[in-house]
Design a protein around this ligand. Structure first.
Ligand code: 5GP
Ligand code: ZN
Length: 118
């Protein structure tokens, strides 16, 4: 499924340019337009899934692929000493783009704590 108005569907269809680092039938990866770490790319499913709230058994293979690809792509992008994988879901997590995506963020320096402590 693809959404005509969704920005990541448009990237998947090639209608909007992105610095792609992986592309296959199920998933693609491209650099985040506003990087928050020296390595910062997004892994997205080709299918339009709004968030993990909307994921079902039909998406299992593609979502597994996101996890399996993350380490290899992180290493290839230069994050050889650790990285963080983040999926923001919904309002509380400040999800901006409602097309499921996994952020991969990496060093070389420490990324700091997972969340700022209050
Ligand atoms: P979210 O807050 O939804 O987890 O993250 C959305 C991410 O998508 C943000 O980090 C933002 O910089 C990135 N982003 C938004 N629009 C574009 C775009 O058109 N191209 C690329 N490469 N990244 C984008
Ligand atoms: Zn989409």
């Amino acid at each position: 499924m693809t959404d005509p108005d969704c920005i990541f569907c448009k990237i998947a269809r090639g209608e909007i340019a992105a610095k792609k680092i992986h592309d296959d039938a199920d998933v693609m990866a491209f650099h985040d337009i506003r990087p928050q770490a020296p390595v910062h790319f997004l892994l997205v499913t080709k299918a339009h899934i709004a968030s993990l709230y909307d994921a079902g058994p039909a998406h299992q293979a593609a979502l597994g692929k996101l996890l399996v690809l993350a380490g290899r792509l992180a290493r290839e992008a230069g994050a050889t000493d650790g990285f963080r994988a983040i999926i923001n879901n919904g309002r509380v997590a400040h999800q901006e783009v409602y097309h499921l995506h996994m952020h991969v963020l990496g060093g070389p320096e420490s990324l700091g704590p997972m969340l700022a402590r209050k």
